[in-house]
Design a protein around this ligand. Structure first.
Ligand SMILES: Cc1cc2nc3c(=O)[nH]c(=O)nc-3n(C[C@H](O)[C@H](O)[C@H](O)COP(=O)(O)O)c2cc1C
Length: 213
């Protein structure tokens, strides 16, 4: 009889201790789940903070560019990484061949176009600019100016009231003369003085970060 009572007490003690251990373990689990939820919120917030302000603006941004040999395209891609928005290429109906781009040949297509004030090379793709508030507009410098296809783009799209930020690549020429051309061509655009950029990613990043829109 004594043995049975001792056995019952032992079973009760084991059961109570077991329940306690399980309960404490469960509580810890709940707490750590809560913590990890909180942590993930913190991380998300931090991630948001780490991304550039530009991606948090409520402005709709597009990076629209023409690039004959890929340099301006590379820069446009870097701008998108920092500024967010949509990357849109201006594609010529007749793509430029190497011969077309031979600037040493005064009869090359590009040279003839640049010398012809009326030249407006056709654009192949339809570009919807209506939904954008801010447009980065990229191009290579051709004879110190915008390639004529950029003027075709301005002819075909109503950018009045929009903020447009030109950027260019070149062998050495600055963006200045092309900026004057653009400002004269459409005076209803809010032109922001842009920049000639190299393909150094940090240069592009710093430039975008320094813009105010
Ligand atoms: C027809 C033509 C004219 C050019 N004129 C100039 C110029 O006046 N100044 C300059 O620095 N670079 C000039 N370049 C060089 C381009 O601006 C430069 O290579 C640019 O980065 C090319 O960009 P893309 O690869 O996006 O086409 C000219 C290139 C071509 C094809």
């Amino acid at each position: 009889m004594k043995k049975i009572i001792v056995l019952i007490i032992a079973v009760v003690i084991v059961a109570v201790a077991g329940s306690l251990v399980w309960f404490m373990g469960f509580n810890n689990k709940v707490e750590s789940t809560n913590n990890s939820n909180n942590n993930s919120n913190v991380n998300e917030e931090n991630n948001d903070e780490n991304t550039n302000d530009k991606t948090n603006t409520n402005k709709n941004v597009a990076i629209i560019y023409f690039s004959a040999t890929g340099t301006t395209e590379k820069v446009a891609g870097y701008i998108k990484e920092v500024a967010g928005g949509d990357l849109i290429e201006i594609i010529p109906k007749d793509e430029y061949t190497d011969n077309d781009l031979a600037y040493g040949n005064e009869n090359s297509r590009a040279n003839k176009e640049q010398n012809d004030s009326k030249a407006r090379p056709e654009i192949k793709n339809r570009i919807d600019t209506d939904s954008y508030d801010v447009i980065y507009l990229g191009y290579p410098i051709w004879w110190d100016n915008v390639p004529k296809i950029i003027l075709t783009f301005l002819d075909n799209h109503n950018l009045d009231g929009k903020t447009v930020i030109p950027f260019c690549t070149s062998s050495s020429s600055s963006i200045d003369a092309s900026l004057n051309t653009l400002k004269d061509y459409n005076k209803n655009v809010n032109w922001i003085d842009g920049e000639r950029l190299s393909t150094a990613k940090n240069e592009v990043t710093n430039w975008v970060n320094g813009l105010n829109y």
